[in-house]
Design a protein around this ligand. Structure first.
Ligand code: ACO
Length: 332
């Protein structure tokens, strides 16, 4: 595991956050609950039927883990009522709310909304959309933030060519997992949230590059305009933030190219937070760097929710889940 992940775990340990693992009957999640509890990265709430959990992993010790079965829990009816009240204007009925409150993902976000937990991790079984939708509907965004988005912490191998970029080889890429086609307002929100995540999780003093295929007007296109407008919005909304755009990736990262293409920029050549213009670019970009440069990709880290919710890869291991639990705890 990277030094970066170690430092996130150390931060999580002192916070004592209560994190829900919604897919509590899945083997990797059960094992992760034991590991996270032993490591002390969070207090774990496992959603599921205790008999099923024990039958699945008889060797696992769940001392210190709270197991909650939505079907028998004393507050499930209260959560169903909360769901009904929050969503009745959107067509929610009492019957539907009663059924949904027993679904592990809705139950988990309703626990958080009720103040009974601090954050949620799921996605070992469910798709990204299925994990995020209940949170988008119920937890909603932080005050002042209109868009939930995501980023990856990209940690370059210490002995590779990437180590000289970003903050000692650590960069933040956003948005690589949530918003398929952000408009300029959403792009600005992604940039501000990614800068905050960079500071909070990696201790990075953010220098944000709004990426494009153009640097400072070198190409004319409506796609370039979107990035340039978003850059101006970031400057208005977060005047203290070091941000520049639109920049090509080489101008953002490489000092000599930055100097040549954007000589007056304080970000060009030194960027450590890269904002991609849409999800196709962001998702492809992080996977290329992960596979071709051998970078560790920590994420997707969701940002902008009023309380932290994070999505797992369906191919995740129990160790990966523990890392996402720690990340979620630190974001809370
Ligand atoms: N920020 C804030 N609120 C949002 C956002 C957002 N980004 N997206 C949707 N919402 C709100 C809507 O306004 C709506 O609110 P309301 O019901 O109170 O009016 C609610 O969330 C639900 O909206 P829907 O339209 O039902 O949700 P949608 O179908 O748009 O799904 C989702 C949102 C799941 C994030 C979708 O955009 C999505 O699937 N994104 C891509 C995810 C993905 O597949 N990523 C790639 C894989 S991940 C990887 O490779 C690491």
């Amino acid at each position: 595991m990277s030094k970066l992940m170690d430092s996130i775990k150390e931060k999580a340990k002192v916070l004592g956050k209560r994190i829900v693992l919604a897919e509590g009957e899945e083997e990797r999640i059960i094992r992760a609950a034991e590991m996270a509890t032993k490591e002390g990265v969070a207090k774990i709430v496992l959603i599921g039927d205790e008999a099923v959990i024990k039958a699945k992993c008889p060797d696992v010790c769940l001392d210190g883990v709270e197991v909650i079965n939505p079907k028998t829990y004393k507050k499930t009816a209260e959560y169903a009522n909360l769901l009904y009240e929050l969503r009745k204007a959107k067509g929610m009925t009492e019957e539907k709310a009663a059924a949904l409150a027993q679904d592990c993902l809705f139950f988990g976000v309703l626990m958080i909304k009720s103040g009974d937990a601090d954050g949620l991790v799921a996605g070992a079984v469910h798709s990204t959309g299925d994990v995020l939708r209940p949170a988008l509907q119920i937890i909603k965004t932080k005050p002042g933030i209109s868009t939930v988005s995501s980023c990856f912490l990209m940690s370059m191998p210490e002995d590779g060519p990437g180590a000289k970029y970003g903050e000692n080889g650590v960069l933040v890429f956003g948005d690589c997992a949530v918003n398929p086609n952000p408009d300029s307002d959403q792009l600005a929100a992604i940039a501000i949230a990614s800068a905050e995540t960079a500071e909070k999780l990696a201790g990075i003093q953010p220098k944000v590059a709004m990426l494009s295929f153009s640097t400072k007007g070198s190409a004319k296109h409506e796609l370039v305009d979107k990035v340039a407008i978003a850059t101006e919005k970031v400057k208005e909304l977060a005047p203290e933030l070091a941000v520049d755009g639109e920049l090509q990736a080489d101008a953002a990262l490489v000092a000599s190219v930055g100097k040549l293409k954007a000589p007056t920029s304080t970000v060009a050549g030194e960027a450590n937070v890269l904002i991609f213009p849409d999800l196709q670019a962001g998702n492809i970009g992080y996977k290329l760097v992960q596979r071709l440069a051998g970078a560790e990709a920590i994420g997707p880290i969701c940002q902008g929710f009023a309380n932290p919710v994070n999505d797992l890869s369906r191919g995740c291991s129990a160790e990966d889940v523990v890392c996402v639990v720690a990340t979620t705890a630190v974001l809370g």
